[in-house]
Design a protein around this ligand. Sequence first.
Ligand SMILES: *Cc1c(COP(=O)(O)O)cnc(C)c1O
Length: 333
Amino acid sequence: MAIDLRSDTVTRPTEAMRRAMARAEVGDDVYGEDPTVRALEERVAGLFGHEAALFTPTGSLANVLAVRTLVGVGQEVLCEARAHIARAELGAHGAVTGLTMRTWSAPDGRPDLAALRELFAPDMGPFFVPTAAISVENSHNFAGGTVVAVDDLRALHAWTRDVGARVHLDGARIWNAHVATGTPLADFGATADVMAVCLSKGLGAPVGSLVVGSADAVAESRVWRKRLGGGMRQSGILAAAGLHALDHHVERLAVDHDHARLLAEACAVDPATVETNIVVVPHHDPASVVAAAREEGVLVGAVGPTALRLVTHLDVDADGAARAAQVLGRLVG
Ligand SMILES: *Cc1c(COP(=O)(O)O)cnc(C)c1O
């Protein structure tokens, strides 16, 4: 079988995860009667030290719901230029919420307080779009899995308190940031007003993300989830996969990070720059590498015309990582 490094979303549920799904207790979650969904929501809220959480089919929906608890019609959210909410959610925040975005650019994707101070727009009445929230992505997908350190998040959070804005954390891969740094999940949680987290990336669940925040934010998100067609019924089958992933697939992310550094080294990228499970390899003709690697059973993605992206995950074992490193080392080097 091919070694698939295009994304950590390609993982298939393990046998043990499928067993956990098969025996999940379920009910109608739109009636609030699915015990497995409730258990997952309570557990994830607790992990991040927030009051409540809401299970959603996708991370994009979790982000839309989460951001809209902070930002209303005609207000703006500031985010990094390559943020998933700005680039990869197909305009949902504008289409659904009626908000606008402005961006700062940082090669590492991290928040830049100096840039934010300049961008920030206080509410001056009916003249300018006011900034309601700052969004941070941790780890940052398109910047190559970079982690925002909790101290920087604390500084950002403190500044937002001063100016009267709030913080959204796109934590699709917050689990990777947690394992890479040892920062407790609750410490990350304490720096955000509302978050979105994914179970379907490195954690290996087939489907599922959550909005995490205050009881009010989650109650509001529950209404909007249903409004947008995301109310699910016996979704405990899916939540069970998430609970299984939390039990068995968090600490092992360290293995993915090791594999990412191995791939980096093979591709002449400094492994010290690889913080989690994503490696960006600069290349003058990525499309040719994508095609040649495919011939040898290694699937990789191109990000634009100047780089390849390699993502490690649960379905790439040590042998697969070694074989991919050998193939890519030869093609890229
Ligand atoms: C994958 C991802 C999401 C959510 O994606 P879905 O495919 O909608 O589940 C959100 N933010 C980031 C940074 C992501 O990588």
